[in-house]
Design a protein around this ligand. Structure first.
Ligand SMILES: Cc1cc2nc3c(=O)[nH]c(=O)nc-3n(C[C@H](O)[C@H](O)[C@H](O)COP(=O)(O)OP(=O)(O)OC[C@H]3O[C@@H](n4cnc5c(N)ncnc54)[C@H](O)[C@@H]3O)c2cc1C
Length: 443
C-alpha cells in the first residue's frame, strides 16, 4: 500500500517507522526541518557542534511507549535519569519545590493552607479515572476542595503561565493529570529523563530507519488538500501536484485538518473547528555564566515579567556537553493578536532579557553570547472544560483517512512525546486492521 503521512513530528515519524518495512511511505512536512515540536537547533560552539531542542524537553519514567521505542532503536545507552531542581519564584523570592519538606516551607501559604494543599495532592493521587473531572473547571474544583488562598497563591499563577487568558476555563482533569505526574517525587525528589545528545537522536534514528527501508521524507512540502471521493481517500495535493495514495495519516492540528479536507469531515467538522490550540514563544539563550546560581533547572514564575518559566538546561545536563550555559525563557500565548506573536523577534527577545535582568540583577547583556527564538501557533490543545468530548478518533470517517497527534486520546489530559509516539502506533494498528478486512497489499 502507498501511505502518505502529513507531518514529521513524533506521531508521523513513529507511524512511518512502523509502516516502512511493509508499505510504501511518503512523509510530507511543511517546515524545512523534521521533528515538529521536538525539533532541534544545531549549534556550533568553538568548532564543536551540538543539538538542543528548540522547545525544552524531558521525559518521565512512566513514558513507556517512548522508552520502549528508544530501546528498540538501540539508543537506550543515551538515556540519562537526572535530578532537575525546581523552584517557584514568587514576588522576588525563590522557593525550592523539590521535596515534600521543601514544599512545606512555601511561605506564601499559611500552615493551614499547606495542609489543605497536601490533602488535595493526596486526594488527587487516589483518583484513578480523570474523565469525570473533565466537565468541571479546575478553578472551581480547587476553590471547593482547597480554598481561595491555595488557588490564588499556588495554582492560579501556574495555570496562568500555561494557559494565559484561558486559565480559568481549564478542566480539573488537566490539573489532576499534571499533579499526578509531578507529585511522585519521593523524599529525595524526582528524576527526569533526557537523551544525551538530545532527542534529535531519536528523530534522526526514526527518519534513518524510514529512508533505509525505502520511505521518503520530503520537507518544505505543505499538504494543501486531502482528496476524498466517494467517501474514500484518493491522494493529497502538495505544491500544486496530486500524489495518489491508498491511505493518509494526518498529524496536522485540527484546524489545518479541517481546512485541507474542505470542512467535509461530516460530524467531525464542528469538533475540528472548536478545538483551540495555543502558541509558544520560546527563547534559547547562550550565556557566558550560569543564570540560576542556586542550581535550579526549572523556575516557575509569579512576577510581572512577560514569560512564565525559566529553564536552565545546563543546570540539568552536564555543562561540558555544550561548553556554554543554555537557558530557555518561555511563554504560552493564546492567539495571533498576542504581542508574543506580532512583535519582531528582536523585540520579543529584548522584552525577555529585560524581564531576566529584573529577576536576576547580576545578569548583564555582555553575558549573552547568542539568542534564538522559536514561535509557533500550533503547540498544544487548550485542555478546557469539556475537552474530552473533542478528543479525535484514530479513524476520521472516510475510508483510508487516519488521525494521530496531540489531539489523540493518548495525549489526554496532557500532550507529550510519549502520547504522540503511542498515537502514531495506534493509528497504524487501526489502518492495518481495517485494510486486512478488505485485503491488504504489502509493498
Ligand atoms: C514548549 C513545549 C515543551 C514541551 N515539552 C515537552 C516535554 O518536556 N516532554 C514531552 O514529552 N513533551 C513535551 N512537549 C510536547 C511534545 O513536543 C509534543 O507532544 C510532540 O512532539 C508532538 O508530536 P506530534 O507529531 O503529535 O505533533 P507535531 O510535533 O506538532 O508534528 C506535526 C507536524 O505536522 C506538520 N504539518 C502541519 N500541517 C502540515 C501540512 N499541511 N503539511 C505538511 N506538514 C504539516 C507540522 O509542521 C509538524 O511538524 C512540549 C511541547 C512544547 C511546545
Amino acid at each position: 500500500m502507498k501511505i502518505v503521512i502529513i507531518g514529521s513530528g513524533l506521531a508521523g515519524l513513529s507511524a512511518g517507522y512502523r509502516l516502512c518495512k511493509s508499505d510504501e511511505v511518503i512523509i510530507f512536512e511543511k517546515d524545512p526541518d523534521i521533528g515538529g515540536m521536538s525539533a532541534s537547533y544545531s549549534i556550533e560552539n568553538e568548532g564543536k557542534k551540538y543539538f538542543i531542542e528548540k522547545y525544552y524537553h524531558h521525559i518521565f519514567r512512566s513514558d513507556s511507549e517512548l522508552l520502549a521505542l528508544i530501546k528498540e532503536l538501540g539508543l537506550e545507552k543515551q538515556m540519562l535519569w537526572l535530578k532537575g531542581k525546581n523552584a517557584y519564584f514568587v514576588d522576588g523570592k525563590n522557593y525550592p519545590m523539590n521535596t515534600p519538606v521543601e514544599i512545606l516551607h512555601f511561605s506564601p501559604l499559611s500552615i493551614l493552607d499547606l495542609a489543605k494543599l497536601g490533602m488535595l495532592v493526596l486526594r488527587i493521587k487516589l483518583i484513578k479515572d480523570t474523565a469525570p473531572y473533565d466537565r468541571i473547571k479546575a478553578k472551581e474544583w480547587i476553590l471547593d476542595t482547597a480554598g481561595k488562598s491555595v488557588y490564588e497563591n499556588f495554582f492560579a499563577p501556574l495555570m496562568k503561565s500555561k494557559f494565559g487568558d484561558n486559565a480559568e476555563n481549564v478542566s480539573a482533569a488537566w490539573v489532576i493529570g499534571r499533579v499526578k505526574i509531578r507529585s511522585d517525587r519521593g523524599a529525595e525528589g524526582e528524576k527526569l529523563g533526557y537523551m544525551r545528545g538530545g532527542f534529535n537522536s531519536l528523530i534522526e534514528a526514526l527518519a534513518g530507519e524510514i529512508t533505509a527501508n525505502g520511505g521518503e521524507i520530503r520537507t518544505d512540502r505543505e499538504v494543501t488538500e486531502i482528496v476524498i471521493k466517494d467517501s474514500a481517500v484518493q491522494g493529497v495535493k502538495v505544491n500544486g501536484g496530486f500524489i495518489p495514495c491508498d491511505a493518509v495519516i494526518s498529524t496536522a492540528e485540527p484546524a489545518v485538518l479541517d481546512a485541507i479536507t474542505g470542512g467535509k469531515l461530516g460530524d467531525l467538522h464542528e469538533t475540528l473547528k472548536s478545538i483551540r490550540y495555543q502558541g509558544t514563544a520560546c527563547a534559547l539563550i547562550g550565556l557566558d555564566r550560569s543564570l540560576m546560581e542556586d542550581g535550579n533547572y526549572w523556575l516557575n514564575i509569579k512576577a510581572d515579567v512577560p514569560f512564565g518559566a525559566v529553564i536552565e538546561h545546563t543546570n540539568f545536563l552536564p555543562f561540558d556537553d555544550y561548553g556554554e550555559n543554555l537557558v530557555y525563557v518561555t511563554s504560552y500565548f493564546q492567539d495571533r493578536k498576542s504581542p508574543l506573536w506580532t512583535q519582531k523577534d528582536t523585540d520579543v527577545i529584548d522584552s525577555y532579557l529585560k524581564g531576566l535582568e529584573k529577576m536576576f540583577p547580576k545578569l548583564s547583556r555582555k553575558d549573552v553570547r547568542w539568542t534564538r527564538l522559536y514561535r509557533r501557533m500550533d503547540t498544544a490543545p487548550v485542555y478546557e472544560q469539556g475537552y474530552l468530548e473533542k478528543v479525535l478518533p484514530f479513524a476520521a470517517g472516510p475510508s483510508g483517512l487516519y488521525l494521530a497527534g496531540m489531539f489523540s486520546s493518548s495525549n489526554y489530559p496532557e500532550r507529550s512525546m510519549n502520547g504522540s509516539v503511542k498515537a502514531g502506533f495506534q493509528s497504524v494498528e487501526l489502518l492495518r486492521k481495517e485494510k486486512e478486512k478488505t485485503g491488504y497489499d504489502e509493498k
